[in-house]
Design a protein around this ligand. Structure first.
Ligand code: UD1
Length: 430
């Protein structure tokens, strides 16, 4: 398994291009299953999660054409998807177990052909991650759902029916799944307490281009008028706000200055305001955001993760890494996932001073220096937090389990090297 070696202490200065958003790309790919016509997605990030979902789509019967493209002077992938007929209506255990987002195929297949079988995802490193909201909503839309041998078996032989659904929690996954299902349902579906993350807006944009009738983009109330069929469309994936936020924190933790080319400030309002409160200069440019921490006199800040537009849980671990070397005390509260402090013991092995209270909050007291160490994390964002700690630490840090990073950070070492980091991948045979 590959490792990443970092020698800390370099100030990072320069430009990083922000890739297409992973969490937008995955539901967009599933949305292509809603039509038998061609759907083209450009600015697709080169990530293992995308390759993996492509593999599942091919097993289901999707033909995929791939080409390299240049978007905003930066290479990315463009894929054209076409699912004329389904070869299989089953998303097997091996896929869903390895990538939960495989569950995005549930809504589109069920609404298009009336039957789908999906292995139920189990828990994962950051929490139990149930699917009750997805399944209860589909039942309300007339699906008959049975759980058998670890699989969700869903039937709607006469199609789904529009209805009024109130989500118990503003779940991103359930919003995408039910939104896609509703596009081909009979009549009107009203979703209340829908998630409002920008990736959902991106999905609504693609579905609308495909001929779906959706009102309420960027609000918690979505009204979908079902149509008979959807058609061909072309769409460019929006930039990854979590990747941009992660590199903004890299500028902060190394007291450097990074131009995040392509990043959208509007999507990062809460985290950027926290960085501003730390005396870091944030400048919005027509082509991105400049984060300048060169002369910042930083002090600890409190954050609480929340649904969008609150502080994103997917930046909590990275922010905590920054707090470990920021003078003063900071309180970090995790409100979305019940088990998302797995990075804490690893940061403490590097010399961080962190006290965890219960499952949801931690007090971080800034130390003068972290010291490099071999570390590993159990999820994607926690792994990036350890990379950040390594960039700030004295000496050598080895981050193990790099496959987590490959799921969500395109060309990580290349991007960090370009702004001055001393970082390399150590290839190792399994
Ligand atoms: C998505 C993101 C993930 C991010 C999360 C929250 C993708 C591929 N993943 O995950 O990176 O951390 O949003 O911003 O986009 N819940 C239920 N029942 C359900 C569904 C969810 O109780 O049926 C709960 C979850 O346990 C969690 C909360 O709702 O506590 C939010 O989960 P959700 O928004 O669904 O997260 P994901 O879509 O899985």
């Amino acid at each position: 398994m590959d490792k990443i070696k970092i020698i800390g202490g370099r100030q990072l200065n320069g430009l990083i291009h922000i890739s297409g958003a992973k969490n937008a790309a995955l539901p967009l790919m599933a949305a292509t299953l809603l039509t038998d016509e061609k759907v083209t997605l450009s600015n697709m990030p080169m990530l293992s999660d995308v390759t993996f979902l492509n593999k599942l789509l091919r097993e289901l019967g999707t033909e995929i054409e791939e080409k390299q493209d240049i978007i905003n002077a930066y290479p990315s992938n463009t894929y054209t998807y076409q699912t004329k007929d389904f070869k299989s209506l089953v998303a097997p255990y091996d896929y869903v177990r390895k990538m939960r987002a495989s569950y995005y195929v549930l809504g589109p297949i069920l609404t298009r052909v009336g039957h789908v079988e999906l292995s139920l995802p189990g828990g994962c490193a950051i929490g139990a991650r149930p699917m009750d909201i997805h399944l209860n909503s589909l039942e309300k839309m007339g699906a008959v759902i049975e759980i058998k041998n670890g699989y969700v078996i869903a039937d709607a032989p006469k199609g789904l029916k529009g209805t009024h659904i109130i989500f118990e929690k503003a779940s991103v996954g359930a919003t995408c799944n039910i939104l896609m299902a509703a596009t081909l349902a009979k009549g009107e579906t009203l979703i209340e307490n829908a998630a409002q993350e920008p990736e959902i807006g991106d999905l609504i944009d693609l579905l609308t281009k495909m001929g779906a009738k959706i009102e309420g983009k960027n609000t918690s109330q979505l009204k979908i008028e079902g149509v008979k069929s959807l058609k061909s469309a072309t769409h460019q994936v929006l930039p990854d706000r979590i990747e941009a936020g992660s590199y903004a924190i890299a500028a902060a933790i190394t007291k450097g200055r990074i131009h995040l080319a392509g990043a959208v400030a509007e999507h990062l309002k809460t985290p950027l305001n926290i960085l501003r409160a730390m005396d870091i200069k944030i400048t919005e440019k027509p082509d991105g955001i400049v984060v300048n921490a060169q002369n910042a006199v930083m002090t600890g800040q409190d954050i609480m993760t929340d649904y969008y537009p609150g502080f994103p849980t997917d930046l909590q671990a990275q922010f905590m890494a920054l707090m470990t070397v920021t003078p003063g005390a900071s309180m970090v509260t995790e409100n979305i996932w019940e088990n998302r402090f797995m990075h804490v013991p690893e940061l403490m092995r590097m010399g961080a001073n962190i006290n965890v209270h219960g499952h949801a909050s931690a007090i971080v007291r800034g130390v003068k220096k972290l010291s490099g160490a071999p570390v590993m994390a159990t999820d994607l964002r926690a792994s990036f937090a350890l990379v950040l700690a390594g960039l700030a630490a004295e000496g050598e840090t080895i981050v193990n389990r790099v496959y987590h990073l490959d799921r969500g950070y395109e060309k990580l070492e290349e991007k960090l090297k370009a702004v001055g980091a001393d970082i390399e991948r150590i290839k190792e045979e399994d």
